[in-house]
Design a protein. Structure first.
Length: 74
């Protein structure tokens, strides 16, 4: 699905078509969560529990990055 970036006040935004909102089970005012993947970005409905888990995972990955690099080499 091709989307266009548009001006929203002093910012930029993307208008999500109704069919996409329906498939994501989103409505106006809901929040989205964007995660980077090896293939690009993934957009999902915001899940507070998932967001907390990602914050913990990111802290651990930052703190233990040397260990993770060694594990990746094996």
């Amino acid at each position: 699905m091709k989307l266009k970036i548009t001006t929203v006040g002093n910012s930029a935004g993307v208008v999500l078509p109704r069919e996409l909102l329906t498939r994501l089970r989103l409505k106006k005012g809901d929040e989205l969560y964007v995660t980077e993947t090896p293939d690009g970005f993934r957009i999902t409905a915001y899940d507070e529990n998932f967001a907390r888990q990602m914050e913990v995972a990111e802290r651990i990955m930052h703190k233990r990055r040397n260990l993770l690099h060694k594990l990746a080499d094996n």
